[in-house]
Design a protein around this ligand. Structure first.
Ligand SMILES: [Zn+2]
Length: 289
């Protein structure tokens, strides 16, 4: 039946939206928070991702999602352009080094060592209501200060919601999810310890100063979200989990989760239209553990 079919599709979309909110960035949230409470209500209210967003990126994202990791990871401009300087592939640079801005941490690539802890500092940026774990590694903190200042100057102020999370924090969070929901649910609701990009100090979540659409898909339509999508690369940041690239990144769309990779690489990715760090660095897709 058509109506039943529509209901079913809508249900699947909402399930996907819910998962997106519960994945990478809720890794630091208290596991006692019911997955069906605040986030479910808010994502329902927000509705599925807008059609305009979907259509705007559909051509690119759907194709790359279906490509093999190898082809997706090939240099997108094989027509003679080298990714960085002097023909060097960016692939060689630090993907396994947790101190490198190009380190890749995903569901196939844990941190080495698993309990790695970076040097930390607290950036001089506005904090969001309910902010926690707001430290970052020094290079990311300095870049964040520049970016937050530029965003505010452009009339799109942003606030820091969550930055570095330690291995120990993630152990407690993940184990809480396992105890309450079982491992299968825990693995889509919370990063396993050692597998969270937040543990590198290179990643953080932003919010609008008002808290509007915090950790919700509609954040992309806030002034801060729009500004971040357009300008974050100028300060060395990428939207790490872009729309409809979960088969590559392992996480649904998170317009609030920024990752520092350095100005050169971020600008290069932006100029080439490469959506994910995995593709840019020629690494296999990491849809799951
Ligand atoms: Zn995050």
């Amino acid at each position: 039946m058509r109506v039943r079919g529509l209901v079913r599709v809508r249900g699947l979309v909402l399930a996907a939206v819910l998962l997106s909110v519960l994945t990478a960035c809720s890794g630091g949230a208290a596991p006692s928070t019911s997955p069906g409470s605040t986030t479910a209500a808010s994502t329902t209210a927000a509705g599925p991702p807008s059609a305009s967003s979907a259509s705007a990126t559909a051509g690119r994202t759907h194709i790359s999602a279906g490509q093999s990791p190898t082809s997706a990871g090939q240099s997108p401009t094989s027509a003679g352009q080298s990714p960085t300087s002097a023909g060097q592939s960016p692939t060689s640079a630090g993907v396994g080094d947790p101190t490198s801005p190009l380190v890749v941490v995903n569901k196939k690539r844990p941190l080495v060592p698993l309990d790695y802890a970076p040097p930390l500092t607290t950036p001089a940026v506005p904090l969001a209501a309910g902010a926690s774990n707001v430290q970052l590694n020094p290079v990311t903190a300095r870049a964040a200060e520049r970016m937050f200042a530029a965003a505010a100057a452009d009339g799109a102020p942003m606030a820091l919601l969550s930055g570095y999370r330690s291995y120990a924090t993630q152990v407690a969070t993940y184990n809480g999810w396992v105890a309450r929901q079982g491992q299968a649910v825990a693995d889509v609701s919370s990063a396993r310890p050692g597998y969270s990009e937040h543990q590198t100090g290179f990643a953080f979540d932003i919010a609008a100063p008002t808290g509007a659409c915090s950790l919700q898909l509609c954040f992309k339509d806030t002034a801060a979200g729009v500004w971040a999508a357009a300008h974050a690369h100028e300060y060395g940041f990428i939207i790490r989990y872009p729309w409809w690239h979960h088969e590559t990144t392992g996480y649904y769309y998170e317009p609030w989760h920024l990752r520092y990779i350095g100005v050169e690489a971020a600008a290069d990715m932006h100029a080439r239209g490469v959506a994910t760090l995995e593709e840019y660095l020629g690494l296999p897709a990491a849809p799951g553990y």
